[in-house]
Design a protein around this ligand. Structure first.
Ligand code: AMP
Ligand code: MG
Length: 267
């Protein structure tokens, strides 16, 4: 169903060839609004069973260039989900302590427990993206990380974690528009950093790094989805739809009521 968006393992692909403005047959936000609300409600129901059942763990990874909409996706898609059982973790520049350990150390402790959804705003992938682009470690170190990531995610999967990874795909022009919007809107200005504008100069290197990272780590057990994200409404709709479909396929059930409950008298 999502063949168009999922990155097939071992098949070469190039982000430069994927249209970030694609919106299927939808023309505007109005066209998906109703369905998006339904998906959001459905996500709440599914999260409720997930929590009650207390068996499965869900890990959602969000990556993308600055302004691609990682924060916005979290805000809109998970708006109605009960706070119990969901956690959002943002990965920033590593601290001294984090840097003194292996790159997965800080990530592993935030992976979801049973009945939980963890949403990663940036993730262990930064260690083959920003780290590569800015040469923070030698190539022979980051090169090996693809394999470490595959093994790490396989281990999480084998231990009961469902993993979905989303690359929010925007064009360089769309980024310019959004950076300008941040600059010109007093309520958005806090989000703009001098660094973001500098990072933009490395756009092509980032795309190369993303191309390799996604190609190397899209697997059956932890697939990457490339989400056309120039239109925020389409991005939100599509991410919600993929998550709902995946959760539905898990056939989760509320646990059986405790024995003896049928004879209980509550007075
Ligand atoms: P933001 O997501 O806008 O709050 O910014 C977080 C910043 O932390 C981004 O510039 C990331 O590239 C940076 N960052 C996240 N993880 C790492 C990492 N492992 N190494 C270096 N920088 C990182
Ligand atoms: Mg930022």
């Amino acid at each position: 169903m999502f063949e168009r968006y999922v990155v097939t393992p071992d098949k070469l692909f190039d982000l430069n060839k994927i249209d970030s403005g694609f919106t299927e047959d939808f023309k505007s936000k109005k066209d998906v609004e109703e369905e998006f609300h339904r998906l959001r409600k459905r996500l709440c129901e599914l999260q409720d069973v997930l929590y009650a059942e207390g068996k499965r763990k869900i890990l959602i990874v969000l990556q993308g260039m600055d302004t691609a909409g990682k924060d916005g996706t979290i805000k809109h898609v998970f708006k109605e989900v009960h706070l119990q059982g969901i956690k959002v973790v943002s990965f920033k520049k590593p601290t001294e302590e984090e840097l003194s350990h292996d790159f997965l150390w800080r990530v592993h402790k935030h992976t979801p427990g049973k009945g939980e959804i963890a949403v990663f705003n940036r993730s262990h992938y930064e260690d083959v993206l920003v780290v590569r682009v800015h040469r923070l470690v030698p190539e022979k170190v980051w090169m090996k990380r693809y394999e470490h990531i595959r093994n790490f995610e396989k281990m999480l999967f084998d231990e009961g974690t469902t993993i979905l990874k989303f690359y929010l795909h925007i064009s360089k022009e769309e980024q310019k528009k959004r950076l300008l919007e941040r600059l010109n809107n007093p309520r958005k200005r806090w989000k703009l950093h001098v660094e973001d504008v500098k990072e933009r100069k490395h756009w092509d290197e980032y795309i190369r790094a993303y191309n390799d990272a996604i190609f190397e780590t899209s697997t059956i057990y932890a697939p990457w989805f490339v989400i056309p994200s120039d239109k925020k409404w389409f991005r939100n709709y599509l991410v919600a739809k993929i998550i709902v479909k995946k959760l539905e396929s898990l056939n989760m059930k509320y646990p059986e009521p405790e024995k003896g409950i049928e004879n209980l008298k509550i007075d």
